[in-house]
Design a protein around this ligand. Structure first.
Ligand code: ZN
Length: 443
């Protein structure tokens, strides 16, 4: 279809009626499912009993472990195998490069279970670019200012590894090496360095994890005037939204994306996350995959990415809890919108008032390959407790201890890291799982 064609289709879908949008979704779903059945051994087998006349709810859901176990047979291109991907991704310089000149490779965080490996084909990349081009900005006036100020974009993210944000931005930089309008600032660099880079660059758009931006906002040395702040990766709370808006004097917004589904929902000026229904089907479901009514909180969601044909994600289970709204939004968009119960990890405060954002520690620990799942609890202003699940706990613990100690030292802290025998667990009262939180021991 090509980028221009995809752009046109994406723009066009914004002004069609709900009925037409439903028909478009059905058409794209059928095309994807039929392609998957014909070209993927995994789906050919899994969808055998489906017949030709099926509804979305007839299609059996898929889980991450299921897809990763059968990785090679899920793919619709038999030239690509996990073995070749392992070889390719062993070279960190390959981030942002395509395997066989055809597919980008991403890995999801390994901290909530085994990491997933996700391939993007050209069509999926074009769709993500089109959504970014038309739906990133909630307000037209911010977009206009951003264009007037030279589209300068700074992202404070983890700028290493095969993760979506990093890999996609490296890919775009490689494609347009002369464009100097985009920088990525390493989220775990010392604050003074981050602030210097941002002050010198003067971004028109600032993006990053909410908790990290909230901490940066405390530094009066940070002197930038972006036209918009766009957060991602964790829940943007009302408090942080207000704080960032006060500091930077601009509109603060968020979006909802995941590696498997791509850009799932974009925020409008009413602060509603509108599902990109032309390219993603999102179903709120309960524990047993039964549909959850509009307006009710789901236990999880099923995502169908309608634009990725190399590694189809069809009714793929994600553990996010959401409320989907079908009432029309005042902004005029034709799509349904959602509220999401996001990660709500704590900002930790150590000796001498040094504050550390949960996302920074999260990024350190997700890099430790041997860890499958973790939980870090602050027990005192100079002590943390680490709980891990790993196939090789000894190796995982020593690597995690080493990397955490390095990170704390870079912040001028000497924090004792205590390895716990307990496993990561949800809060007994709320049932919510936090990766990183504060719970001072009463001793
Ligand atoms: Zn809206």
């Amino acid at each position: 279809m090509g980028l221009v064609g995809t752009m046109l289709k994406t723009k066009q879908a914004e002004s069609i009626s709900r009925e037409k949008l439903e028909m478009l979704k059905q058409k794209r779903l059928k095309r994807l499912v039929d392609y998957a059945r014909a070209n993927s051994r995994f789906y050919g087998e899994k969808f055998k009993a489906l017949g030709d006349d099926y509804k979305l709810s007839d299609i059996p859901p898929t889980t991450k472990p299921e897809m990763m176990e059968s990785f090679d047979s899920v793919l619709t291109d038999s030239n690509i195998t996990m073995k070749r991907i392992d070889e390719f991704t062993a070279d960190i310089d390959k981030v942002g490069h395509m395997i066989d000149g055809k597919y980008l490779i991403f890995k999801t965080s390994g901290s909530t279970g085994n990491p997933a490996v996700v391939l993007y084909d050209k069509n999926n990349i074009d769709v993500q670019s089109s959504i970014a081009a038309f739906r990133t900005f909630a307000r037209r006036e911010d977009y206009k200012k951003f264009m007037d100020h030279g589209k300068k974009t700074a992202g404070v993210f983890a700028d290493y590894g095969f993760y979506l944000a990093c890999g996609m931005s490296k890919y775009l930089q490689l494609k347009m090496p002369h464009k100097k309008t985009k920088i990525t600032v390493d989220v775990n660099a010392p604050e003074t360095k981050i602030i210097k880079q941002l002050n010198e660059f003067k971004p028109a758009m600032l993006s990053g994890y909410p908790s990290n931006l909230a901490l940066l906002a405390d530094f009066k040395e940070l002197d930038i005037n972006p036209d918009v702040v766009i957060t991602g990766g964790e829940l943007l709370t009302d408090d942080i939204r207000k704080k960032l808006s006060n500091k930077f004097g601009c509109f603060v917004q968020t979006h909802y994306s995941c590696t498997e589904g791509g850009e799932v929902a974009c925020e409008c000026k009413e602060g509603h996350l509108h599902i990109n229904e032309d390219w993603v089907i999102l179903e709120p479901v309960d524990k047993d995959y039964n549909p959850v009514p509009y307006g009710d909180m789901s236990d999880k969601v099923l995502i169908t990415n309608l634009s990725n044909y190399i590694q189809p994600f069809i009714r793929y289970e994600l553990t996010d809890r959401v409320i989907v709204h079908n009432e029309r939004c005042k902004c005029g968009k034709n799509t349904m919108w959602l509220e999401i119960e996001g990660r709500t990890d704590d900002i930790l405060e150590f000796d001498n008032g040094v504050k550390i954002a949960p996302m920074s520690l999260y990024k350190v620990l997700e890099e430790v390959k041997a860890i499958r799942r973790f939980q870090l609890i602050q027990r005192a202003t100079d002590r943390v407790e680490l709980r891990i699940i790993s196939d090789d706990p000894k190796e995982a613990a020593s690597a995690a201890e080493h990397d955490l100690a390095d990170f704390f030292a870079s912040k001028g802290l000497n924090v004792k890291i205590v390895l716990s025998d307990e496993l990561p667990q949800a809060n007994i009262v709320s049932g919510k799982f936090k990766h990183i939180y504060k719970d001072f021991a009463l001793d």
